[in-house]
Design a protein around this ligand. Structure first.
Ligand code: NDP
Ligand code: 2IT
Length: 444
């Protein structure tokens, strides 16, 4: 059996009931075959792949908090510190009832390669809890965040592990967590990113993942003699990533006609109204059923369906495995040109393969959504030098990072004979830097 196959089999055996983690490991290791085959003896001797698929540390803890009725609730908290070869652990905190160890491990594993691709000195980590912020009062969210941080603060720090937002964790949650960290540790430091602008946050961090997604699609299009102007796009999700992807796509002349949330989806033939979407989701925290009140010409449908609409570009920005093989077939049938992942692993493995085989330009999440964590690293830099950069300065740096990232993965794909396969390109380019750092640091 090849080394890659052996390690995949071992991961599946040793981590039962973690299908998302298996999926992420398979996708990465499969595409590393050319590199691993070329270095098999040395990699085997150093157990390189076994080390890369095993987190350096995983922390699981109890999070008790009191709800508004005086009832004690208990959630489970996680932080997986996956790989610190190239910098302090860095990655978001997901708050969603579906969270379990396998999901946090898949996200942490992806984060290693994504963070490497940004070109910045950040290692890979991820955390979160099965707490559901939906329908909770601000006081309850604060109670949860304070209890969560009371335990998490023992393991993180500005130079060791720097969490940030993800699904369910936005500016409000980061604020409560930062306040509690500072109170317990007595230190004002850049221990979290995505902070408010009044206490050390960076301009553009809120917009960064969505903007970065569109910047890399713009570069992909440019290199294929295409333009975003006049193109139509389907977006899924209606959260942080989706909202700012829609905003930037529209600024650059594309028309985004869909968005979705966990219960339904919207089709707006005139283009999604971003101001209305922000009001509904960021301010009022309501469901997308409200959208029709702002835009009477739009349609709301229960369930899922954004990928059935004929568009030039598809941007999955909600969650893992939300674009399956049937969706991929519908997109191809409708002549989609490109799919770029704003979310982490939103496309199933067979759907990815189908899209690529049918000539669709496909940008994987670890490349396409890296603008968020890249800007988090820029927030860390600003915190370290105790300075605050302008919007234009951060935005220009973000754009530069996304353009360089595109060429990095494009070059890596070409170098190994997989021209145009950005999954292979991203995995190899991300892996090479981490492996180099691990090798130079010895067996740790
Ligand atoms: P948000 O919580 O802001 O938004 C998530 C959106 O997706 C919401 O509209 C939510 O619906 C919907 N959604 C979440 N879970 C499901 C589900 N199980 N089924 C259907 N819809 C769902 O999160 P983000 O926008 O921050 O994150 C979206 C994706 O992007 C995630 O995969 C995340 O890991 C990834 N990502 C985020 C980055 C960031 O900087 N925030 C950076 C890189 C990647 P509802 O409104 O009903 O809750
Ligand atoms: O998946 C991701 O890259 C994020 N949720 C952002 C992580 C970060 O540290 O900014």
């Amino acid at each position: 059996m090849s080394y890659v196959d052996e390690v995949i089999a071992r991961v599946v055996k040793e981590n039962p009931s973690e299908p998302e983690f298996h999926q992420a490991v398979k996708e990465v290791l499969e595409s590393l075959r050319p590199v691993v085959d070329a270095n098999e003896e040395a990699f085997r001797r150093d157990a390189l792949l076994e080390r890369i698929v095993n987190p350096e540390r995983q922390i699981k803890f109890r999070v008790p908090w009191v709800d508004d009725k005086g009832q004690v609730q208990v959630n489970t908290g996680y932080r997986v510190q996956f790989n610190s070869a190239i910098g302090p652990y860095k990655g978001g905190l997901r708050l969603h009832p579906s969270v379990n160890l396998g999901i946090i491990k898949f996200l942490g594993f992806e984060q290693i390669f994504k963070n490497s691709l940004t070109g910045l000195p950040i290692g890979g980590g991820k955390g979160g809890s099965d707490f559901d912020p939906k329908g909770k009062s601000d006081r309850e969210v604060m109670a949860f965040c304070q209890s969560f941080m009371t335990e998490l603060c023992k393991y993180i720090g500005a130079d060791t592990d720097v969490p940030a937002g993800d699904i369910g964790t936005g500016a409000r949650e980061i604020g409560y967590m930062f306040g509690q960290y500072k109170r317990i540790k007595g230190v004002f430091e850049g221990v979290l990113t995505g902070k408010g602008l009044s206490y050390g946050g960076s301009l553009v961090r809120t917009e960064a993942t969505g903007y970065g997604l569109i910047y890399i699609v713009e570069e992909l299009f440019k290199c294929h003699g295409l333009s975003l102007k006049g193109k139509t796009a389907a977006v899924s999700g209606a959260g942080n990533v989706a909202i700012y992807a829609i905003q930037k796509a529209q600024q650059l002349g594309a028309k985004v006609v869909t968005c979705s949330d966990s219960t339904g989806w919207v089709y707006d033939p005139d283009g999604i109204d971003v101001a209305a979407l922000k009001e509904i989701k960021e301010v009022k925290r309501q469901r997308l059923t409200e959208y029709k009140k702002y835009r009477p010409n739009s349609e709301y449908h229960e369930g899922r369906g954004v990928w059935t609409i004929k568009t030039d570009i598809a941007l999955p920005c909600a969650t893992q495995n939300e674009l399956n093989i049937d969706d991929a077939k519908a997109l191809v049938k409708n002549g989609v040109i490109a799919v770029a992942e704003g979310a982490n692993m939103p496309t199933t493995l067979d759907a990815t393969e189908y899209l690529q085989k049918n000539g669709v330009l496909f940008l994987p999440g670890k490349a396409a959504n890296a603008g968020g964590v890249a800007t988090s690293a820029l927030e860390m830099s600003q915190n370290s030098e105790r300075l605050h950069w302008s919007f234009e300065e951060v935005d220009a740096k973000l754009k530069g990072i996304m353009v360089a990232l595109y060429h990095n993965i494009d070059d890596a794909a070409k170098k190994y004979g997989f021209d145009g396969n950005y999954v292979v390109g991203a995995n190899i380019a991300g892996f090479e830097k981490v492996v180099n750092a691990m090798t130079l640091q010895g067996i740790v």
